[in-house]
Structure formats: structure tokens, C-alpha cells
Write a protein that binds this ligand. Sequence first.
Ligand SMILES: O=C(O)c1ccc(O)c(O)c1
Ligand SMILES: [Mg+2]
Length: 604
Amino acid sequence: MRKSIATVSLSGTLAEKLTAIAGAGFDGVEIFENDLLASPLSPEEVRARAADLGLSIDLYQPFRDFEAVPADVLDRNLRRAEHKFDVMERLGSTRLLVCSSVSPDAVDDDALAAEQLRLLAERAAEHGIRIAYEALAWGRHVNEYLHAWRIARMADHPSLGVCLDSFHILSRGSDPGGIEAIPGEKIFFLQLADAPLLAMDVLQWSRHYRCFPGQGGFDLAGLVAHVLRAGYSGPLSLEVFNDVFRQADTARTAVDAMRSLIALEESVARRLPQAAALPVPPRPVVPTGFAFAELAVAGGDEVGALLRALGLARTGVHGGKPVELWEQGQARILLNAGEPAEDPSLAAIGLETPDPAGSVKRAQSLLSPTLPRRRAPHDAPLDSVAAPDGTALFFCRTAQPDHTSWTDDFTGASVEPAPGEITHIDHVALTQPWHHFDEASLFYRSVLGLRPQESLELADPYGLLRSRAMTNSDGTVRIALNVAYVGSHASHPDVSWQHVALASRDIIATARRLHALGGVLLPIPGNYYDDLEARHDLGPERHRMLRELGLLYDRDARGEFLHLYTVTVGRVFFEIVQRIGGYDGYGAQNAPIRLAAQHATADR
Ligand SMILES: O=C(O)c1ccc(O)c(O)c1
Ligand SMILES: [Mg+2]
């Protein structure tokens, strides 16, 4: 289907927006009036610019507060409309969005609204223009899409139809199934926006929190399927009012927007047999585990010392690069001293996938940047793409008969992995810049086929962190995305810690060992244990042991969780976890305790 986007969805000048929209591969654009008014370009110049870029101007919008008014107001409104028709002729645009009135002048009278919209449509038709009438969710008298349709049907003019906007429909909880009762040719335009499910005033929600499909909680594919069943054949157009996107990088947001439409079209095609003609990207190849986590260590062996304390052994050195492989069980950590890094940081994640080449094809079809292979001639092929925060994701087959293993590149250190309690990487937590969080969750969902879990808020002494885990279905891949707040404390600018959580099959034994070493564990305050005793009755013995070893505890309906944290080195620390029963969380309860302790130790 043709793909379009409203200029209001992006930051920048109108000229910058058009360039970014064309660059991301859109076919058309909705010109939001304010963008034109503020532009030094004349309508003719905008028309020429769009044409040069291969963009059609699919809609001009919005025209407000028109219908169901007294006669004198109607005259003024028609005069106002004639001016807009002139602008549209100069722009070469033939579709005007009229949104339902919010004016106190408007009366609750459908017949009057229909009569006046018919008049508007007659005038528009003289200019070859069509009117798409949209019910705003907060419209004074018309705020339901089927109400707008009843009025348009009553007006009965070929140049008058409706504009459907997913936000206005789904934010009010209206049943989108009613769309199928509207003849497809009377749906003049379709605007798409997702949104997080928030309990708030609908106007504020719409103007500040809309997001691209797949980034929020609405079932957009279901809505689009109804629209297609109704017979609509116009563009899919994004109209997203979002405070963050308004200040984000224009070109990058446009690509994020396009990724959302490619993924949406795919979901529609998979759900609707008659939409089989829609182009679909290759299916996601869902990763099946962690092959490794790679830390950039910039020389020094503080991280190596920490890994040794945790029980990992240095089992190999790369043949051509200053990279070490550390292992215990299936937990593999690469320490890379060859990448520029100020502080130790998490540079890459290796994901086990049944089909590395397929993973890359999927990523490319969703516009993810693939990374040049940094390979020595004998290196096993490792395909990689860049996640939105710059972390490299490598697609691997570790020690599988059908594929060269990346581990073959590591030789030298003859140490066998020491037997111990660590079994594998449980999860990896990445810190996202606050303005890339929605982009990141769409990326992990659409490119890797991971499922977003509940979004959480974690209190830090100097800010509030948002956190959301993305997981595969059996929990063997868990990536926690944490949003750094913008810190304004001079000594605590923000929190950009990242961590690798290793699973232990006997965390008590691990904790005893680390405790005995001294200096490795993050200290947990006694107040935490006092509260833990109030919240849970685990018996005096267990409570004493948790307190003594500095272990943290959580439980959910399915099981229990024990975990601990190491001190931080640069931007990185390690967590050791043990899931007991089917516990499926990350100990979010305990994150504020951990964050405060980290700040306290960073102060010293
Ligand atoms: O918030 C608004 O005013 C507004 C304007 C035009 C639209 O298409 C819309 O959905 C909302
Ligand atoms: Mg709209």
C-alpha cells in the first residue's frame, strides 16, 4: 500500500521534513498547516520540492471548527475555506481534512452539520477538492467515527467522505468493527497512530503521547484489517503527535516511522487472506539464546578480575584481535581491548539464531543498518546489525555441525572452563537514550520478533528510570531496555550503567564465595532486609542468610528470584541471578535499592 506521513510527526522545518520523509521511502505526505505557514517556501515551491523528491501531497490539514454553526459564522467559515482551497490548488493537493468542531459556536444538530458540510463539499468540488471529515475524540458534538459517517452519509455528496484516525477510534474504546459498514470509497483517508495505554485526558494523550504503530498498546493491525475489508485503497498514513519525536533527529525518526509501517503491513497481510498481495518481509528469525556478551574494556584488566572472581575462566584469545573469551558453562563473555572506549562498556551481544543470514535479511528489510564485518581472513562469518543505541548484534551459531563456530577463532589459552555454578547469560540490560526508547522497543519487536513485557518505572535517587524487557517465548533471550533520565545533578548526570546477568544454579554458593573475596559485591543496606522480613515470611534462617550474604529477593505468582550485584567497573556491572520455579521477572522491586547503592559507591 502507499505509505504517507503527516509533517507534524517529525521535527525540523518543512523542507527538512520533506527531505527526511522522501529519504525514508515514503510515497506521500500530509502537510500540517502550521508547517506551511511557518515555511519561507511558497506553496508552489513546496509543490515543486515534493515533486522533485517523488512525494505526493496526499492531504492538507486540519481545517477546524466548520460545521453546525449559525448563518453568520457559516459565511465566515466558507470564506476561510475558499482561502484554503486556493492554497491547496497552489500546493497541488486535492484532499482537505476537516476535523469535527470543538467550538462553542457549534450546535448539536446532525442535520445542520450535514447541510453545511454538503455546502462545503460543493464549493470544494469546484476546485477539484474532496473533504475528509474526521471525528476528533474530543469533538464537541461529534467524537465517534460512526457519528461522523452518519453525518457524511446524510450530506450525501460525492466530494464528502470520512477520515478515519486510529487514535480517535481506539482511544475512546470504540469498536473498530463498525468500519466495515462504511463503503470503502467513502473512506477518504486513513491516519494511523498507536499510543501507550494511559488513563488520562484524551486530548493530552493525543497531542503528546501518540507513537508509531507497534510502539504502543493499540491493535492497529486489527483496525487496518477492518478498513481494508471495507474496501479502502488509499494510503496508510502516520499522524503522530509526540513530544519526543518533535525534538528527535528528523531523518532517523522518519526511518523509525517507515519501519513501523512495514511491520504493520506485514501483520495485516498475515492476518487477512485477501491482503496476500501486500509485500511482506522475510519472517523474523527469533533468537534462541545468548551466544556471548562483548565488553569494550580499553586495556586494564579490572573486568577480567571481576570475571575471574565470578568463576569464569579465560579460555581463549582471538587469533587476530585483542579479544579474550571468558567462559563458564554456556556463559561466554568477550573482552575486547581493541575498540575505542573510555570506560568499560557493553559493545555487542551475540545472539544464537537458527539462521544467521535470515536474521540479517529480516533486519535489512526493516531498515536496520548492517555493520561492516570486522573480520580477519580466517574469521568465522559473523553477521551483525546495529541496534538503535549503537550496540552491535551478532547473529551466531555456536558449536553447531551446520555452521562454523565463532568460537573457533579463539585459541591459545588452554584453560578449560572451571566447573562452577554459573550456567548461562540470563539477561542483558542496555541503557537507552531517553529519546530512542520507543524506537528501540519497536526494533527488538519487529526485527528480532521479541515480545515486549510490561513497562516499569524504577525510582533512582536522582531520577526515574523506565524499564521494559523484550523476551523470546521461552525466556532464553531477555533484553532489558532501561531509559536513562536526563540528570541535572552535577555529580550524578545520568545513569548509563549496563549489565550482564549470569544465571547461577546455586546462588548461595556463588554468594558465599564472592562474600569471602570481599570488595566484589554491591553492599545492600540493612533497611532493605528489615522491610523484606515485613513483606515475606521466609523463616528466620533464610532471612539471616539473605542479609548476611547481601542477596536480594523477589517472588511472583510462579516462583522465587534470588539475585546479587557486583560493583561497577566503568559503565558495566554484573548481576548473578537464580530463578526458582517459573519466576519470570527481573527483581524490579529491588532496582531502587541497587541504584541507590551504586550511586553511593560511585561517590566514594
Ligand atoms: O489534535 C488535533 O487538533 C488534531 C488535528 C488533526 C488531526 O487529524 C488530529 O487527529 C488531531
Ligand atoms: Mg487525525
